[in-house]
Design a protein around this ligand. Structure first.
Ligand code: BGC
Ligand code: BGC
Length: 614
């Protein structure tokens, strides 16, 4: 089914509403009519439509297209007045109440406002649906990318993209700031879990997510625009410092960090987001060589380039825009600025820079051509409103089943002494640990809030609930968070330990990478009972466990599985045999960071390691 059906009828409604003339604040051209040769004629080739529309646009129309405020800092009437081209929800920015319906209502409100301007150019609305539509309560949340890198199943990732696109389409959101194609080279980096793996081949293979999100072609059923991010070298910064400096010869930058972007362009990705980080001291947001010459000319990228959140106003290291920053970023090839709150100033500076020739008009036209081309290709002019037929897919049983399969495929079995796994359905099992019964912990960052949080933050199945379902009806599954109450009557004890939620920047580790003291105590209690101990680690990266591992009978790395904890239980009970393999090298101790395949360091487990049963 095409999302068009509903969208067409809502467009009719909107156009009806628009019969009354809107106030022409900037004295733009007269209201466009879908006459012959007009950009509103969907039978014309996209190129012709773009050319026709561009010819009708004033400078103010064009500046607006290049501007992306955050939803909290812009009102629908601003969208009309300033001809805003895009609005975003940043991490955790949601309408209240946070329901799929109110997302669709909010989206339609902004869209109606965009269509109320004389040229009726629809906005494109962006959000970080980086492991499913994470800002939306009740959405299906898939494993974060590092788990999908462990699953090594490009077709599965394509299916996850398609499911995510459906859930987004129901809420109206047209544009996903995913996939992150970072090649995480230092696990201290707080975005390691957003990486499919430490070698370029893994993120490159998982660019199938783009095909899933965008569909066979943009504008097809439930098709959303994808974003390859963060260009370039975000995963290579010194010390794994977020927004830091990637020091590398060009040859190394190209060999390690560029291949996934090359692949993304081949698969037709519609947008690319620039990285906050620098390359050899030069901020990527002003790197015309890498954006203009390499990405656009050499790789032949025809979509549009978006800045990162406030990425332009920090070019000089200070918060707040200067005119020089705006001109430098736009001239370097950034087509749209994710400006959050200070978007008026951005527009003003860019207008000045165009008027005095610092930014050539041809650059502004090129940016507009790129943005409008993607909007036409997406079918936004024909179907601008949320397609509520897809609302019922948000958190649907089919999507949760897909997520559960992805979770099972992403588990990596790293130790299984004496074959303690798989558990038997008749076993008496004692479960403990801070990650055992906590949706927020197993979903990690970019879940309802930017950094994520422990607790019942959204609907799903915890790992403990999954274990209870997997165990036979007559089996005993006991639970206490810290392991108190365990005794030798059990056949096995499962400790679900690891990391508490975090996201970019805040998740960087500078000191040790040890397991938390509370987790070690819990495992200690289980061990003291004499029962075989299975450690399941919920974490966004390898932790420093070499000295603890000899005390554990079995060890499963679960990554950040998302809402469907039953997939972990599927592997623990052998309903699915473990097939996941490490997408990153597992250090012997934290002082080895950065540690990567081929660097001669001796790891605890090499890249690609993973056991199975039998
Ligand atoms: C992140 C991006 C994200 C953007 C919008 C930035 O801080 O680096 O990955 O897409 O915020 O939320
Ligand atoms: C937003 C994030 C964004 C970050 C950038 C936060 O307030 O919620 O989406 O990435 O700011 O600094």
């Amino acid at each position: 089914m095409y999302r068009s059906a509903l969208r067409l009828s809502s467009l009719g409604l909107v156009l009806g509403v628009l019969a009354a003339p809107a106030p022409a604040v900037h004295g733009g051209p007269v209201r466009a009519a879908p006459g012959p040769g007009s950009y509103l004629d969907s039978r014309l080739p996209v190129e012709d439509r773009v050319a026709d529309l561009l010819a009708r646009m004033s400078l103010d129309d064009k500046l607006g297209q290049m501007t992306q405020p955050e939803r909290r800092y812009v009102r629908p009437e601003d969208v009309t007045r300033y001809r805003i081209g895009s609005v975003l929800s940043s991490g955790g920015s949601a309408p209240s109440p946070n329901t799929p319906q109110s997302w669709a209502d909010m989206y339609d409100g902004f869209q109606r406002a965009a269509l109320a301007a004389p040229l009726r150019v629809p906005i494109i609305y962006g959000a970080d649906a980086v492991h499913g539509h994470g800002n939306v309560a009740g959405a299906t949340l898939f494993p974060h990318d590092i788990g999908l890198g462990a699953a090594r199943d490009p077709a599965l990732v394509r299916a996850i993209g398609a499911a995510t696109a459906q859930e987004m389409t129901g809420t109206g959101v047209d544009w996903n700031f995913a996939p992150c194609l970072c090649v995480a080279r230092d696990d201290r980096w707080g975005r390691t879990y957003e990486s499919f793996g430490e070698v370029p081949e893994l993120p490159a293979a998982m660019t199938t997510l783009i095909e899933g999100l965008q569909g066979d072609r943009l504008g097809g059923p439930a098709s959303v625009l994808a974003t390859a991010k963060h260009y370039l070298g975000d995963g290579g910064t010194e010390g794994g410092r977020d927004r830091g400096d990637t020091r590398a010869a060009e040859q190394e930058l190209r060999a390690v960090h560029l291949p996934p972007f090359r692949e993304a362009v081949k698969r037709g990705v519609g947008s690319v987001m620039v990285s906050y980080s620098s390359w050899n001291g030069l901020k990527m947001h002003r790197n015309g060589y890498l954006i203009r010459d390499v990405l656009k000319r050499e790789l032949g990228f025809t979509g549009f380039v978006v800045s990162d959140y406030n990425g332009i106003d920090r070019l000089d290291g200070e918060e707040g825009f200067t005119r020089d920053e705006v001109a430098a970023a736009v001239n370097a090839g950034i087509d749209m600025a994710m400006v959050s709150s200070d978007w008026r100033r951005f527009i003003g500076y860019l207008r000045d820079a165009v008027r005095d020739g610092t930014v050539p008009m041809s650059r502004v036209d090129d940016a507009n051509r790129r943005i409008l081309t993607e909007k036409f290709r997406l079918g936004l002019f024909e179907r601008p409103m949320a397609d509520r037929a897809y609302l019922r897919t948000v958190g649907s049983p089919a999507h949760r089943a897909l997520a559960r399969r992805a979770v099972a495929e992403s588990q990596v079995l790293l130790k299984n002494a004496g074959g303690v796994l798989p558990l038997d359905r008749r076993d008496r099992v004692f479960v403990a640990g801070r990650g055992a019964d906590d949706i927020g912990v197993q979903a990690g960052g970019w879940t309802i809030t930017w950094q994520g949080a422990p607790g019942p933050v959204t609907r799903g199945t915890t790992i403990l609930q999954g274990i209870r379902e997997a165990a036979g009806p007559s089996a005993t599954v006991a639970y206490s968070r810290d392991g108190t109450g365990v005794d030798r009557s059990y056949d096995a004890a499962v400790a679900v330990v690891g990391e508490q939620p975090y996201a970019e920047y805040h998740g960087d580790l500078t000191g040790g990478m040890d397991l938390d003291a509370a987790d070690l105590e819990t495992i200690g209690r289980l061990r003291a009972s004499g029962v075989p101990v299975v450690v399941v680690m919920v974490s966004g990266r390898p932790l420093d466990i070499a000295s603890e591992l000899p005390k554990w009978d079995a060890f499963v790395e679960a990554w950040l599985p998302g809402t469907e904890g039953a997939g972990v239980a599927d592997v623990l009970y052998g309903a699915t045999a473990p097939t996941g393999r490490l997408p990153v090298t597992w250090m012997r101790d934290a002082s080895q960071q950065p540690i990567n395949q081929g660097d001669g360091k001796k790891p605890l487990f090499p890249l690609g390691y993973g056991l199975t049963y039998g």
